[in-house]
Unconditional design. Structure first.
Length: 67
């Protein structure tokens, strides 16, 4: 990552993108996605998390539109 000057794109909104339960009923929540971007993409802020209810996964929309 450092050699290629890539950055973790971070997130907005919910900290977890997946949830589930163990056999014992224990709740598990995890952030499963990780996007890497360069500084140009970071400045443009092209990412949006989609609010999806009743699903185990949260969607991520990345817009590639030049301004």
């Amino acid at each position: 990552m450092n050699q290629k000057q890539l950055l973790d794109m971070g997130f907005q909104g919910q900290a977890y993108t997946w949830k589930g339960r163990r056999a014992e009923g224990v709740l598990i929540q995890e952030r499963l996605d990780r996007g890497l971007i360069n500084s140009t993409w970071q400045e443009e802020d092209r990412k949006r998390y989609l609010a999806l209810s009743n699903l185990k996964l949260t969607g991520l929309l990345i817009q590639n539109v030049e301004k």
